[in-house]
Write a protein that binds this ligand. Structure first.
Ligand code: FE2
Length: 284
């Protein structure tokens, strides 16, 4: 299998795998190695039925259906349909999801290992995903800051701490009262060793982190905002462009990511599966 780098820092792509056929054990191990080393893995030109996409995702970890259950795929609830298409007056999927830097499922106690997107309909313009490398962002911090952060635990909850306006396109997708009730405060270290590679990374310093345990709110917020500014600098970023049929897998423990807004009249559809860190890590 030949992998090519997406950019200088991180991310790899290949055209040498057909996920519909179901990679054998050795091909799967090779994909996992490329994934954990590369942080973003792009498998171009796939043609997948829902169950084939799901079968591949399950090998990476246990899928966790999204709390927004009105856009689950009718055949497989673990697939969340992301789409701006309106069909017969009804939205075909969740639109404008995650258009701010965040980490998927950082608001859950056992967070996401990987998110997989299968690109079905690509807009004429835009629709890129931005990734920011949180290994590099951590590595570059001054030693004094690393020491300050080492013992700190952030408090997370579903939401975008920088935009709580429910009418905004960059708010976290709005939950029903019933969905909201399922959400709780959870704790994650700010400097979080990657559960597979062991390498330290800044964890979810943008998005769901609203406070720091044992620290006054204003002080905590100022520190988190400072870390966010640092961690999302251009030098840590990569902008991924999608082709139809691309499957993109990203490592939530070492990246922040952000969707970008598209023209609501320019159709775009993706399927998403997110797998959690519970269960054994796949071969790597
Ligand atoms: Fe996301």
């Amino acid at each position: 299998m030949k992998f090519e780098k997406l950019c200088g820092g991180f991310g790899v792509e290949t055209r040498d795998i057909d996920l519909a056929a179901g990679p054998d054990e050795s091909a799967f191990r090779e994909l996992c190695r490329a994934f954990f080393a590369g942080q973003v893995l792009v498998l171009r030109g796939q043609e997948l039925a829902p169950r084939q996409f799901h079968a591949f995702a399950r090998r990476l970890g246990p899928p966790e259906p999204h709390v927004i259950d009105q856009f689950h795929h009718p055949e497989i609830a673990d697939i969340l349909i992301l789409s701006n298409v309106i069909r017969d007056g009804q939205p075909a999927g969740l639109a404008d999801a995650g258009t701010y830097f965040h980490t998927d499922y950082s608001y859950l106690d056992v967070p996401a290992r990987a998110t997989l997107l299968y690109s079905i309909e690509v807009p004429k313009q835009g629709g890129d995903t931005l990734f920011a490398n949180q290994y590099a962002a951590y590595d570059d911090l001054p030693v004094s800051m690393k020491n300050t952060l080492e013992p700190l635990v952030a408090l997370h909850r579903y939401g975008n701490r920088d935009d709580l306006d429910q009418a905004s396109r960059t708010v976290a997708s709005v939950l029903s009262d019933e969905q909201e009730q399922k959400m709780q405060w959870v704790r994650h270290r700010i400097v979080r060793p990657h559960p597979v590679t062991g390498r330290k990374a800044l964890y979810a310093v943008s998005g769901s982190s609203f406070g720091i345990e044992g620290m006054p709110d204003d002080e905590a917020r100022a520190l988190l905002d400072e870390l966010k500014r640092h961690a999302t600098q251009e030098k840590y970023r990569y902008r991924l462009k999608y082709g139809a049929g691309d499957v993109v897998v990203w490592d939530n423990a070492s990246l922040l990511h952000s969707a970008t807004l598209t023209d609501p009249g320019d159709p775009r559809t993706l399927w998403r599966i997110t797998v959690k860190e519970s269960g054994p890590a796949p071969a790597h």
